[in-house]
Write a protein that binds this ligand. Structure first.
Ligand SMILES: Cc1cc2nc3c(=O)[nH]c(=O)nc-3n(C[C@H](O)[C@H](O)[C@H](O)COP(=O)(O)O)c2cc1C
Length: 265
């Protein structure tokens, strides 16, 4: 069983590839989270995988909230191999340490961890933009080239941390900047739709992983300010009219669409 979260398609591609190659079922955390707490019955020796993007050098808030409610049956890991894969635009910091500690609270250990570099989707700070097309393509090429090796490692039940993206200051990034990121930057307050550009298609609401956008009677998106926005920018990147803005911080910036690089997404 492979649980995954993907806001803009990168991790979905990786998770779907692994599920197909390993013959595992795929569970979308964003979908099952909406249905409330559930138990997950594992068959004998079944592999359990977790795939998610890195958000502020940590696992995304939705993954951490969902983990708190997670019920795996059996509750003891005996015989089950577990792995995590995260995708990041640049560096992961201590993402895996944080995730492993969360999983340990459930009585489960993480046997293997793999990080993969894919195009950046974060555009919420003045100096951050999407990757140039060439750079984005080369990240996809590198990651798709390494996926078969990861499949082999999982099939052989290898254990260890394969995290080439950990970066130079993992602790500072994840604990200090990561805390600031969650406390100050994860908010839907600055999101707006330009009424002159918006075509009322509702795509932004459809792609929001936490269903935080409701279309008004005038057909404009309204962010609900409910405290569960991940600031993942799925609404911004997905808008066909480029009508969604995050205050002035997305002015002049690009949009990213994973399906321009992976046609089967
Ligand atoms: C809110 C947010 C925070 C991010 N933080 C990081 C980060 O700390 N380090 C990094 O390398 N990439 C970061 N990224 C980039 C994503 O991890 C990367 O683009 C990922 O592949 C997106 O996966 P997805 O399309 O499956 O959501 C961030 C993206 C978002 C939206």
């Amino acid at each position: 069983m492979i649980f995954y979260l993907s806001c803009t398609g990168n991790t979905r591609y990786v998770a779907a590839h692994l599920a197909q190659a390993l013959g595992e079922s795929l569970v979308n955390v964003a979908e099952v989270w909406q249905q409330g707490p559930q138990e997950w019955q594992l068959s004998k020796d079944e592999v359990v995988g977790f795939c998610f993007p890195v958000h502020g050098w940590r696992p995304p808030l939705l993954i951490r909230r969902w983990m708190r409610e997670l019920r795996l049956i059996p509750a003891e890991q005996s015989g089950h191999y577990s792995f995590a894969v995260c995708t990041a635009g640049d560096t992961t910091g201590e993402t895996f340490d944080i995730f492993r500690a969360d999983l340990r609270e459930k009585g489960w250990n993480l046997d293997a961890m793999f990080s993969l570099r894919l195009p950046n989707t974060y555009v919420g700070l003045p100096f951050m933009d999407v990757d140039e097309r060439e750079r984005a393509q080369s990240k996809w090429n590198e990651t798709t080239a390494v996926l078969p090796k990861i499949v082999c490692d999982i099939k052989e039940r290898k254990s260890g941390t394969f995290d080439p993206l950990r970066g130079r200051w993992p602790r500072i990034n994840s604990r200090l900047l990561g805390k600031w990121f969650v406390e100050s930057l994860v908010t839907d307050e600055p999101f707006r739709a330009d009424a002159d550009l918006c075509s009322h298609c509702g795509h932004c609401a459809k792609v929001c992983p936490v269903q935080n956008i409701v279309m008004s009677e005038e057909g404009l998106p309204q962010w609900q300010h409910r405290d569960d926005c991940l600031t993942c920018f799925a609404c911004y990147h997905g808008c066909p009219q480029k009508a969604v803005a995050f205050g002035s911080r997305t002015k002049g910036k690009g949009q990213y669409r994973a399906n321009e690089f992976q046609k089967d997404l």
